[in-house]
Structures are given as structure tokens and as C-alpha cells.
Design a protein around this ligand. Structure first.
Ligand code: GDP
Length: 434
């Protein structure tokens, strides 16, 4: 069976922790989209890790980790991350890299940076990891698959054609130096040797694992709001962040996905540019305090270190985010962070042109939306590390009940801290355990 762990919001919901936890009872963990442009924070017996490209199952020797064909594969980052975790005492993980994944090239990273520079103040706040140029090339069919690395004739042909196009762009649009194709080709052949031991037919592997009744976890990156079709286009990422895309990016059959665990924080956080709509944002001192107390080390990007924008829980965005993911259950993280507040606002509606709605709108309307808050009492105590849901203060449980009623999805996991074991399990009328 296949379970997907995906984000309901703007990313950084705490998917890494949930994946790390559920990987214990799984056989395979698969990354199916995105690249090294976001980070998953995992805190376990080996230490604190910010993974960017490796699946979050790599800490368990029994788990096979798969980088699916849908991923933007930056080989040097993958190799760097593997070396770094092994040097921190983690046993060498079982890893298979899809031979159909495409390569994120150094020229994608350059193009990303040049384009942000060209856009100036209108830039999207890209992490400059090359993700948008990578996916553009994939759909323009000028991308290069991992399997091409092992056929030098095909590789040379495709690679030189791609560099020719990039050079026109670099020279004439961005006024930057041309690329030296021979030099890049030599670098690529070196990197090929470093991933050779991991490359495999992940499509056959995944289907065989399903035949053998194995449990597969799909690990999503970012969240619903960042999906290029159903998110806040164009302030989205360039690959699909929805569980449904696992059918393509990890090659699992649609009917095999039985469980979609949507992760959301007990408040909101969002990285990206200031121009991005973020309706329930808290600014000023209140925002600074929430940012400082958020996550395990404050709300700062795992990849970029930049401060994340923070806000109150946005029930409108989260209801929509869970709906488009097809969530079967919800994991609510970071409830412990809110223990300092006397009262906690929750965004339950958007006011757009004088009308209040709880339906998530398209971007032009979203840009005009103002938050409508309902304020709930805080619990004013430290619940960090609580392991039993019923031990949570009444106000904390009321807060969770309120969120569940507004998003219309069963909240089954309530996380009380960043560590693997800091977790409570909630029973709810909306969810029947199999
Ligand atoms: P991901 O990209 O969805 O995996 O999320 P990130 O790892 O980027 O961000 C989540 C942040 O919240 C990280 O700093 C986690 O260590 C932290 N975190 C996860 N769950 C909890 C929780 O229940 N409480 C607290 N305080 N921090 C948490």
C-alpha cells in the first residue's frame, strides 16, 4: 500500500518529522517531485539534519529510499548530502536513483540567478536552485535524463544542443559569459561515476514492491499553495506538490494510494517574497515573537536561512489545501509553539470586496483578501513533549477541535515538539482507523 505525506500549505509544515516517524513502519520512502530547493528538518538519535534531496527514510537501515523520476536531480548536492550524513555517523543508506529522473545542471542554477537579477524588484524570491529552468527544460524536451549519462553519444548530442540554447540566452538576454560545453561535459562525466552505484529502474522496483505488499511512503516537498496548477500561481514552485502527482513522479498506480496524510502547522509560515499573498500574516512585534518561538530553532528557511513570514492558522487555505491533496487525515505540528499566548486568532474567512467567504480564491482575488479572525483562548502552559493527547489542556484540545471543524478533515496526529517521540494521537469521529 502507498501512503503519501504532503503539505497543506506553503511548505515547511513539518513533513520531515512525520515522514521520519512513519518510515519506521515502512519499507520504501520515495521523493517524487521538487529538488534541493526546500529542506526537511529531522531531529533523531543521530542529531539534527536538514535534508534537501535525500528522502527522510535514510535514517533507517531497513528502508529503501527512492529518488523518483519526478525529481529535479542535482547530482553534486545529492553526493554532498550523502557524504555529510555518513560523516555524522548515519549508516550508508539504501538508495535508488531513478534512471528516468532528469538532471538539474549548473546552467539551470545560473539561469535561475540571472532571471531573478533581471526581474529585480519583481523577482519571485526563488531559492536560485535552478528549479524553474529545470522544469521548463523538461517540458520543452531539452532536459537530460540520468539514463542518458550512460550513453555518451546520446548525452553529447543532447547536452551540446541544450548548451547552445543556453548560450544564446545567457549572452543576449542576460549579458553574461558563455558556457564552455566541453568543460561542463567533463564535470558531468565525473559526477556520473559518483552516482553510478545508485542508479536503477525505480519503476520496476516500485511495482515489484507493491506486488510484495510492501508499504511505500511518498514524501512530498512544499505544499498545496505552491502547486503550479492548484496553488497561488505564479508564486508557486515548478513541480506539482500534490499527492496525486506521486502517480507520475514515483510511478505508483493511482489506486494504490490509500492514505494521504496532510501536514499543517498550528499557525502559518511561508517563505517567499514579500509580494506573495499571505492573508493571515502577523507582522510587527507579535510576528517577531511567533517567528522566534516557531519550529525547533525559530522560523528560518532550512535551505536559505531567510526569516519565514509567519501568521495565524489559516483555516480557509488549509481546508482548500487538504481538499486538493485528497487528505484522508491531518497531522497538526507545532502545537507546543502557541503555549505562550493568552488568546489565539484563527483565520476563518477571507473578506474580498466586502464579501466574506471560506472558499479559497484564485490569485487576483486572493491579493485583495483580508483576514477574518475568530479568537480562541490560549492554554498558557508548556506542552512540549506531551505524548498523550488526553493530557493536553482543555483549551489546547478545544483549539484542535475548532481547527478540525473548520478544515473538515480528521486531525489524527498532534505534534508536541520537533523530536520523533514528541507526538500525540487523537481519536476523532471523522476518522476510522483501519
Ligand atoms: P518540512 O519541509 O515540511 O519537512 O518542514 P521543515 O522541517 O522545513 O519545518 C518544520 C520545522 O518545525 C522544523 O524546524 C522542525 O524541526 C519543526 N517541527 C516539526 N514539528 C514540530 C513540533 O511539533 N513542534 C515544534 N516546536 N517544532 C516542530
Amino acid at each position: 500500500m502507498v501512503k503519501a505525506i504532503v503539505g497543506a500549505n506553503w511548505g515547511d509544515e513539518g513533513k520531515g518529522k512525520i515522514t521520519d516517524m512513519l518510515a519506521q513502519q515502512s519499507d520504501v520512502v520515495i521523493r517524487f517531485q521538487g529538488g534541493a530547493n526546500a529542506g526537511h528538518t529531522i531531529i533523531n538519535d543521530y542529531g539534527r539534519f536538514a535534508l534537501h534531496i535525500l528522502p527522510s527514510g535514510i535514517f533507517y537501515p531497513h528502508v529503501t529510499n527512492v529518488i523518483g523520476n519526478g525529481v529535479a536531480l542535482d547530482v553534486s548536492k545529492l553526493v554532498g548530502e550523502l557524504e555529510s550524513i555518513v560523516s555524522q555517523g548515519v549508516p550508508a543508506p539504501k538508495l535508488i536513483v531513478s534512471d528516468r529522473a532528469q538532471l538539474l545542471m549548473p546552467y539551470h542554477v545560473l539561469q535561475d540567478a540571472y532571471e531573478e537579477e533581471r526581474l529585480g524588484g519583481k523577482a519571485f524570491g526563488s531559492t536560485k536552485s535552478g528549479i524553474a529552468p529545470f522544469y521548463s527544460d523538461k517540458y520543452a524536451k531539452t532536459g537530460i535524463q540520468v539514463c542518458d549519462l550512460f550513453d555518451e553519444k546520446i548525452l553529447r548530442e543532447r547536452f551540446f544542443a541544450a548548451v547552445e540554447l543556453k548560450n544564446v540566452l545567457f549572452e543576449h538576454l542576460y549579458h553574461k559569459p558563455r558556457l564552455d560545453a566541453e568543460e561542463l561535459m567533463a564535470q558531468m562525466l565525473q559526477l556520473r561515476e559518483r552516482i553510478r552505484p545508485y542508479v536503477g529502474d525505480t519503476v520496476a522496483f516500485v511495482h515489484q514492491a507493491l506486488k510484495e505488499d510492501k508499504t511505500l511512503l511518498l514524501e512530498g516537498q512544499l505544499g498545496s499553495m505552491k502547486d503550479p496548477d492548484l496553488g497561488i500561481f505564479p508564486m508557486t514552485t515548478s513541480s506539482h506538490t500534490l499527492a496525486g502527482y506521486g502517480c507520475v513522479g514515483a510511478s505508483v498506480p493511482p489506486t494504490a494510494i490509500e492514505d494521504v496524510i496532510c501536514v499543517t502547522k498550528a499557525y502559518s509560515s511561508c517563505v517567499g517574497s514579500q509580494t506573495e499573498p499571505f492573508v493571515s500574516e502577523v507582522t510587527g512585534d507579535a510576528g517577531d515573537e511567533l517567528r522566534r518561538r516557531g519550529g525547533d530553532k525559530g522560523e528560518f528557511g532550512a535551505t536559505t536561512g531567510r526569516p519565514r513570514r509567519v501568521g495565524w492558522f489559516d483555516a480557509v487555505a488549509t481546508k482548500y489545501g487538504c481538499m486538493v491533496q485528497g487528505a484522508t487525515q491531518v497531522a497538526l505540528t507545532c502545537l507546543d509553539v502557541l503555549g505562550y499566548l493568552d488568546e489565539i486568532p484563527v483565520c476563518t474567512g477571507y473578506e474580498i470586496d466586502g464579501q466574506v467567504t471560506d472558499m479559497f480564491p484564485t490569485t487576483p482575488s486572493l491579493l485583495r483578501a483580508k483576514p477574518v479572525f475568530t479568537t480562541l483562548p490560549g492554554w498558557k502552559c508548556d506542552i512540549r513533549g506531551c505524548k498523550n493527547y488526553d493530557d493536553l489542556p482543555q483549551q489546547a484540545r478545544d483549539y484542535v477541535d475548532f481547527l478540525e471543524a473548520h478544515i473538515g478533515c480528521p486531525i489524527t496526529f498532534v505534534s508536541s515538539g520537533p523530536k520523533r517521540e514528541e507526538m500525540t494521537y487523537r481519536t476523532t469521529k471523522l476518522y476510522h482507523h483501519a
